[in-house]
Design a binder for this molecule. Structure first.
Ligand code: ADP
Ligand code: ASP
Ligand code: MG
Length: 406
């Protein structure tokens, strides 16, 4: 007997028939003697609809109320899953974030989990009850509902698995595992049997939405045995593991892309000490994260150019902040471009192999794709290119690094 966590994403609980299908898997695990916690997302499309309601309700809205609205999708599916399990003869009870309680900080819309109290759930396990937990939600120190950022049900599941000391955390979704690239745009993407926590973390943070980045961070920290598998077939999926569990390490294990980027360029910025601090300080104060940065060499030793990226949803605010700072910064021109995509090559093997970046630049050059910004870390290289080249760039890199399926 073991404790396990099973998470079902939106497409896996998109209607009653699919919830029933997921419930049959839960029943099988419960009947084989396991203590099961099921974590569910909202039905596919529901959270988008709820976000859209709030967006249209008011231009500026209170994020505390946004959380009240957008967390409601998971309330529905947790109740339905419990009803269906009960109907199948499986004792089950639903749990909303505040009932567990799953405590978070106060960062409404994108809260971080601080503690999961599993006392009551574990007590019910002893009575043979399955816990059905509404994902994506928690409560803050004031007792108000919070949400964990889009895709946050993955993080609810991993946090619960860590708190329960679960033997496995299975993420059931609409793909049968983690692929070398998004199978929706790369038909030749290959399924990975295993991927390291570190690579998965980079892939997720660089755009592979199959797991929310924070869920991988948490799994890595608490060594949760995380598996991504399909709701629709029996294949074993992908295990996220420690590096030493992988015998043959590929130099490059995946290509990710993110359309969630926008580029800001400041031209003719006076080149003097403190310029960067005066640009990025006010952006940080406004809660705007800056990702890639390039500063041009000052041609005339007086002025320089600064290009950087922010999240698309932060672009308007970033421009506003910088316009307000213009008299102090004294830059000549500001341009903003949201028609860009960040394409990244990821692999732990890069630590010991030179030339990965060079082959990336060569491949893109051969396709006539201009690189606008570059950033690197120990195990990834990212470039910013025009959005219209997304598919071409990702597919040609996938081929160039020998990742295509036979
Ligand atoms: P869920 O609703 O189950 O949480 P998501 O839509 O959040 O599912 O995540 C699954 C999707 O992630 C897949 O349909 C796929 O298009 C996308 N994806 C992006 N990159 C990858 C990748 N490298 N491997 C697998 N899926 C990926
Ligand atoms: N329903 C939420 C979303 O769509 C959380 C999740 O599905 O993981 O973002
Ligand atoms: Mg998801």
């Amino acid at each position: 007997m073991a404790r396990i966590v099973m998470k079902f994403g939106g497409t896996s609980v998109a209607d009653l028939e699919l919830i029933r299908m997921a419930a049959r898997r839960v029943k099988a695990e419960a009947e084989s003697g396991h203590e099961v916690a099921v974590v569910v997302s909202a039905m596919a499309g529901v959270t988008n609809q709820l976000v859209d309601y709030v967006d249209r309700a008011a231009k500026l809205f209170d994020l505390r109320e946004y959380d009240v609205v957008v967390s409601s999708g998971e309330q529905v599916t947790s109740g339905l899953m419990a009803v269906i399990l009960q109907d199948m003869g499986v004792p089950a009870r639903s749990w909303l974030g505040w009932q567990i309680p799953l405590l978070t900080d106060e960062a409404h819309g994108n809260a971080r989990i601080e503690n999961v109290d599993t006392t009551d759930i574990v007590r019910r396990f002893a009575d043979g009850q399955v816990a059905v937990v509404a994902g994506f939600q928690g409560i803050d120190p004031h007792g108000r509902i919070t949400t964990l950022g889009r895709g946050g049900t993955d993080t609810s599941a991993v946090a619960l698995a860590a708190a329960l000391g679960a033997r496995r955390c299975d993420i059931y979704t609409d793909v049968d595992g983690v692929y070398t690239s998004d199978p929706r745009i790369v038909a030749k993407a290959r399924k990975l049997d295993k991927v390291t926590y570190e690579e998965m973390l980079e892939m997720a943070s660089l755009g592979a939405k199959v797991l929310q980045t924070r869920s991988v961070e948490l799994a890595m920290k608490h060594r949760v045995r995380l598996r991504v598998r399909s709701s629709f077939d029996e294949s074993p999926g992908t295990l996220v593991v420690d590096e030493d569990e992988i015998v043959e390490k590929a130099i490059v294990s995946g290509i990710a892309y993110s359309r969630d980027e926008a580029k800001v360029t400041l031209i003719n910025v006076p080149d003097r000490p403190g310029t960067a601090a005066r640009i990025f300080g006010p952006l940080a104060d406004a809660g705007i994260n800056v990702d890639m940065i390039v500063q041009n060499a000052a041609v005339d030793e007086k002025t320089t150019g600064m290009t950087f990226t922010v999240r698309k949803t932060d672009l308007e605010r970033a421009v506003e902040v910088l316009k307000r700072q213009q008299p102090d910064l004294g830059y000549g021109e500001l341009s903003a471009d949201s028609n860009v995509v960040k394409v990244s090559v990821i692999g732990v093997g890069m630590r010991s192999h030179a030339g990965v970046a060079q082959s990336m630049f060569k491949t893109l050059a051969e396709k006539g794709i201009n690189i606008q910004v570059i950033s690197t870390s120990e195990i990834k290289v990212s470039v910013l290119v025009a959005e219209e080249y997304t598919e071409l760039a990702v597919r040609s890199l996938h081929t160039a690094y020998g990742l295509d399926a036979d």
